[in-house]
Design a protein around this ligand. Structure first.
Ligand code: NAD
Length: 269
């Protein structure tokens, strides 16, 4: 299924910032935006992988992508990178606030304050900072679309019992987005949240390594046989389809929405 206009140039003349663009969902969405005509600033911590993504996208259309090494929890760096990106591409229309981590996975009493703060700083502060510094540019443009990646773990499916900081950060992102949608509607800036279920990316690499942890604190496993709509987890490209729909004219009357994309995974629990 594709929501883009048939000429493949749905986003011609548009400029986007994508955070977490070096990998997974962010990378797939940035690639799709480039293929459909947008210029995209790729924000990520992982500079090498962001440069590789930049090269791939510029081989499709030279100059379409630019890599920025950004820690989205660092206000000074976010502000500077947003300014540089907007100057480079001459404006801003689309913001995909997507960078995130699973963070610490542990029983509550074993979570250190540093680990708690790191998860919230990346997932929640990062979303706030991305919006704080991009909204003025969307206002200047007379409107735009902001899409935020939350998770089914932030609203409907609390099965990963060791991931309380992650769930808290993801639920807070959704609440923040609803307030922002109300506040920004009069500026014709739409704000929507996507809630993926399990998607096949690198995100688990950093968190699920601890020996035996999964058995101890995550008693409910990923559904046997996969999500009802698929054999396994969803693919980043399927999420990119939704992101492009929410960035496009075809969703012009949708704001403050929270859209689950999980192949019915959350309906199993
Ligand atoms: P991923 O690990 O493949 O990509 C995330 C990217 O974010 C990485 O390139 C990483 O370097 C970057 N990043 C992490 N911390 C950062 C920081 N402080 N500043 C800048 N960049 C940073 O994972 P993904 O699955 O594509 O995750 C994207 C989003 O999707 C996250 O917000 C995640 O919580 C959400 N999500 C993922 C799943 C899933 O199953 N994969 C499910 C629900 C929600």
């Amino acid at each position: 299924m594709s929501y883009s206009v048939a000429d493949g140039a749905a986003f011609e003349g548009k400029m986007a910032i994508v955070t977490g663009a070096a990998s997974g969902i962010g990378r797939a969405a940035a690639l799709r935006l480039v293929k459909e005509g947008a210029n995209v600033a790729l924000f990520d911590l992982d500079h090498d992988r962001t440069k590789t993504a930049e090269m791939e996208m510029n081989s499709i259309r030279p100059g379409a992508a630019r890599a920025f090494e950004v820690d989205i929890s660092d206000p000074i760096r976010v502000e500077k990178a947003v300014l540089e990106a907007v100057e480079l591409f001459g404006g801003l229309d689309i913001v995909f606030a997507n960078a995130g981590i699973n963070g610490v996975v542990a029983p509550i009493e074993e979570i250190s304050i540093e680990d708690w703060r790191r998860t919230l700083a990346t997932n929640l502060d990062g979303t706030f900072l991305t919006m704080k510094y991009t909204v003025p540019h969307l206002k200047k443009r007379g409107g735009g679309s902001i899409i935020i990646t939350s998770s089914i773990n932030g609203n409907t499916r609390f099965t990963s019992f060791g991931m309380s900081p992650y769930s808290a950060s993801k639920a807070a992102q959704s609440a923040f987005a609803k307030m922002a949608a109300l506040e920004l509607a009069k500026f014709r800036i739409r704000v929507n949240v996507i809630c993926p279920g399990a998607i096949s990316t690198n995100i688990d690499d950093s968190t699920m390594k601890t020996e035996g942890l999964k058995e101890i604190i995550i008693p409910v496993e990923f559904p046997e046989g996969g999500q009802p709509l698929a054999d396994g987890p969803g693919q980043p490209e399927q999420v990119a389809d939704l992101v492009c729909f929410l960035a496009s004219r075809q969703s012009s009357h949708i704001t403050g929405a929270q859209i689950v994309i999980d192949g019915a995974e959350s309906l199993l629990f």
